[in-house]
Design a protein around this ligand. Structure first.
Ligand SMILES: C[S@@+](CC[C@H](N)C(=O)[O-])C[C@H]1O[C@@H](n2cnc3c(N)ncnc32)[C@H](O)[C@@H]1O
Length: 394
């Protein structure tokens, strides 16, 4: 493909991503994969170049642009050499007009920048939310040691602050490695690994993972428990939860049982579990501001209304989780967001409603205190952004 044709392809993809972000459609990665599947003529170099153009534009434009072309023109302002591709040739975009609309560059929409700033993130912290993320894996203690695996993955380096983590260059294809198929490791951000460890899961415990999704944290808890005890892995999303069982088998985890929730009727699925769990983990649905490095188009999806709905669900889950913890047991709340509305404020509201519970600041090897919890940020800790808090039932 010519450079002009690559730019035109990126513009078309951006158009589809913008519509999907507006209407709650598929994620950018899915749209890109489908698009390439239907265009076999695009070789691997074309694909890489188009993908990079698309993601450079998404990272650049904080506000959802009107069109893919206006978004691409914002990148042309940063990289004027790209203007040559607007040559009006057969497969290329039309020449650039004098007064064409150009999308604005920025970290996020104005309201969201204000919320991030009010949550204690200065300009440098905000900018780091959009840097390229490394690739971290969690070595599965049920299968072997990090020291062994490091010899199998030549580019991997151990992270001091996360005992099971290895860090690799961003584009490493680890899913092709035989040790991956054999369950020796999972792809998991180091921040996600240490907030999972901070939950304090231990062998023999009765654990409920209320928002288990595809099981990233469930598997980390199971490894910390040495595969002894029980984990009830719940979620409202059938598709995500269905991925947990084969992953658990691959990882040698036999203590996780899945349970699908009907939203609003979770009590029915949790019959018999009231006041029983040693540990309830709530890895709550959130705006994902801490994972923009991996999903930068999430900024184009978030609205104040959507944030309000998320905070309501989080409060509902905290109240549901509290009823499942045994006396002396722990409720651990995690979000991959850095907005106080989803983190520190939720815990303050929980504490006000449950003054008899003790809030214990989780003992993470890295992190900054935020409200009654701890926060990790890409700039300060070189992980995805997380907030974690631990509440102990009297
Ligand atoms: C942050 S994700 C969980 C990720 C997962 N724990 C992991 O580590 O891979 C949040 C999950 O909450 C689920 N969820 C949303 N509303 C829920 C509800 N009312 N009850 C339980 N799960 C819910 C979503 O389907 C999503 O899978």
């Amino acid at each position: 493909m010519t450079p002009a044709a690559r730019i035109q392809s990126a513009i078309e993809l951006l158009d589809a991503i913008i519509v999907a972000a507006r209407d709650g459609g598929a994620a950018a990665d899915t749209i890109i994969a489908r698009w390439f599947a239907g265009r076999r003529y695009a070789g691997s170099k074309d694909r890489r170049a188009i993908r990079e153009l698309v993601y450079d534009v998404i990272r650049l434009c904080g506000e959802r642009p009107e069109t893919g072309r206006a978004a691409m023109l914002a990148l042309v302002r940063e990289r004027p050499e790209l203007a040559e591709g607007f040559d009006g040739s057969g497969y290329g975009p039309a020449q650039i007009g004098e007064d064409e609309p150009v999308a604005s560059a920025g970290v996020a929409p104005k309201w969201l920048i204000e919320s991030l700033a009010a949550s204690g993130l200065d300009d440098a912290q905000q900018a780091a939310l959009l840097e390229r993320a490394p690739l971290d894996i969690r070595v599965n203690r049920l299968k072997g040691e990090r020291e062994h695996l490091i010899h199998e993955l030549p580019d991997a380096r151990p992270l001091e602050f996360a005992p099971d983590a290895l860090r690799l260059p961003p584009d490493t294809r680890v899913d092709q490695a035989p040790h991956y198929r054999d369950g020796w490791f999972e792809v998991q951000d180091a921040g996600s690994q240490i907030v999972s460890l901070a939950a304090g899961a231990a062998p023999g415990m009765q654990v409920i993972d209320l928002c288990a999704g595809g099981g990233g944290k469930t598997l980390a808890l199971a490894a910390a428990m040495g595969n002894h005890g029980n984990i009830l892995a719940c979620d409202v999303d059938r598709g995500r939860l269905s991925r947990l069982t084969p992953r658990a088998e691959r990882a040698g985890v036999s203590i996780a049982e899945t349970r699908l929730f009907d939203p609003g009727r979770e009590h029915e699925a949790l019959d018999g579990w009231a006041d029983r769990a040693d540990l309830v983990l709530i890895d709550a649905p959130c705006s994902g501001t801490g994972t923009w490095r991996r999903n930068p188009e999430a900024r184009w999806r978030l609205t104040p209304q959507r944030l309000e709905k998320l905070t309501q669900t989080q409060a509902h889950l905290l109240s549901l989780g509290a009823g499942l913890v045994r006396p002396g047991g722990a409720l651990v709340y995690i979000v991959c967001s850095l907005l106080d509305a989803e983190g520190a404020d939720q815990i303050a509201a929980f504490h006000a409603a449950h003054p008899e519970w003790r809030i214990e600041r989780p003992g993470l090897p890295i992190g900054d205190p935020r409200g009654e919890g701890v926060r990790l940020t890409p700039l300060s800790h070189s992980t995805d952004g997380f907030f974690v808090a631990m509440m102990r039932r009297p």
